[in-house]
Design a protein around this ligand. Structure first.
Ligand code: NAD
Ligand code: MG
Length: 385
């Protein structure tokens, strides 16, 4: 029996992980965390009976505690970031699914690694802000970082049986999001509901907005750099609107290996949880008689400047990606509240990169990342909220 904790069990990836567990007979859910979603957590408790539950928010914590006491459940209920840290590093578990959204996932991921738990990593912001640190500690602790992000799972799968030294290039596919083909002028009046309308994937709000600005692809470029130790110039983004090829790798002999599948996150989640084994089918089959064509385009970096900025900060290294990520997290939140317009997301990230560039040159430590992230977010919220 494989024993797991899910950080962010009520979200899009968390819920799909629960579905993978439902269809497995050898995975036991030991711990879950959530932010505020009391009702969803109670449903998970009723169905899966985890031994540990962590609620980030105080009020939600008290509600779950009351529910557990009233119903005489034998469950330990924890609060705040300490709860996340504890549930990520329980003696009882083998693997942690990191599916919280945002860099808040960094500290619990490091705690899990130090407790020698394998990581099924969905929370890409963790690698963006501290990839160097996370990968170093994973190596030192002999911990596997198993990618859940579909592109990185595809690369991971395409690398099997080969070595990284034979790798020439990583080809990250991108759907292009809802605004593929649009120019700056077309994007001036974009409304929240338009940006939330992704053509191929149903995901949490933050990553859906990131997909529309191509920031998601930018974060994934940085994620790929750290996961596969690949120089930025060897990571190529290719727009592939059908989202069938999830990504590819090119070897030194110019052979390309790709992983294909229907756009269903349960596939990479199941792969990460069972690696190196493959389990029975969970997603729909691909029928090449029905898919008449697969197409490819070059991304438009002038219109979608977030992708360009991500390459830039990735190459600069140090804490520059922390500035980009922190500003983006705050700006997506403010955009969702309709307090800034769509194109301001990229513009204000650029402003923050300029303002904080001195701090961006500091070393990547947990403390420095947390401090700078806080500073950047405060700046954005104070000025634009
Ligand atoms: P989501 O918004 O649907 O869910 C987020 C989860 O994190 C929820 O359980 C929520 O309770 C919890 N959470 C939110 N804020 C928190 C906080 N401050 N403290 C503690 N917990 C908090 O997000 P999602 O779409 O499932 O994405 C989760 C992560 O996985 C992101 O990093 C995203 O980039 C990555 N990812 C998602 C998908 C996808 O298809 N949804 C695909 C690839 C990667
Ligand atoms: Mg992805």
């Amino acid at each position: 029996m494989k024993k797991i904790s899910i950080l962010g069990a009520t979200g899009s990836i968390g819920t799909q992980t629960l579905d993978v567990i439902r269809k497995s007979d050898d995975i036991e859910l030991v711990g879950i965390t959530a932010n505020t979603s009391v009702i969803k957590v109670i449903e998970i408790i009723e169905e899966f009976n985890p031994k540990f539950v962590g609620m980030m928010e105080k009020e939600a914590y008290y509600k779950i505690l009351e529910y557990v006491n009233t119903n005489k459940k034998n469950i330990v209920v924890l609060e705040g970031i300490d709860g996340l840290n504890k549930i990520a590093s329980l003696d009882e578990i083998d693997i942690v699914v990191t599916s919280v959204v945002g860099m808040i996932g960094l500290e619990p991921t490091l705690k899990a690694i130090r407790a020698k738990k394998d990581i099924a990593l969905a929370n890409k912001e963790t690698l963006v802000v501290a990839g160097e640190l996370v990968m170093k500690e994973a190596k030192e602790n002999n911990v596997k970082i198993l990618p859940v992000d579909s592109e990185h799972s595809a690369i991971f799968q395409s690398l099997r049986g080969n070595t990284l030294s034979e790798l020439k290039k990583v080809i990250l596919t991108a759907s292009g999001g809802p605004f593929r083909g649009k120019k700056i002028n077309d994007l001036k009046d974009i409304k929240v509901k338009d940006a939330l309308n992704h053509p191929n994937w149903s995901m949490g709000q933050k990553i859906t907005i990131d997909s529309s600005t191509l920031m998601n692809k930018g974060l994934e470029v940085i994620e790929a750099h750290f996961l596969f130790d690949c120089p930025y110039d060897n990571i190529q983004v290719v727009v592939h609107p059908q989202s069938i090829i999830h990504s590819m790798v090119e070897y030194k002999d110019n052979s390309i290996i790709a992983q294909l599948g229907s756009p269903d996150m349960r596939l990479p989640i199941q792969y990460a949880l069972n690696y190196p084994k493959r389990k029975n089918e969970i997603a729909n089959k691909i029928d090449f008689w029905e898919i008449s064509k697969l197409t490819f385009e070059k991304p438009d970096l002038d219109t979608f400047k977030c992708l360009k900025l991500a390459y830039k900060v990735g190459k600069e290294g140090k804490l520059m990606p922390t500035i980009l990520n922190g500003a983006n997290e705050a700006l997506v939140d403010i955009f969702l509240q309709e307090k800034i317009n769509y194109l301001q997301i990229g513009d204000i990230i650029e402003e923050c990169l300029e303002i904080f560039k001195k701090e961006g040159n500091e070393e990547v430590t947990l403390e420095n990342v947390i401090e700078l992230d806080k500073k950047v977010k405060e700046y954005v919220y104070n000025k634009y909220n």
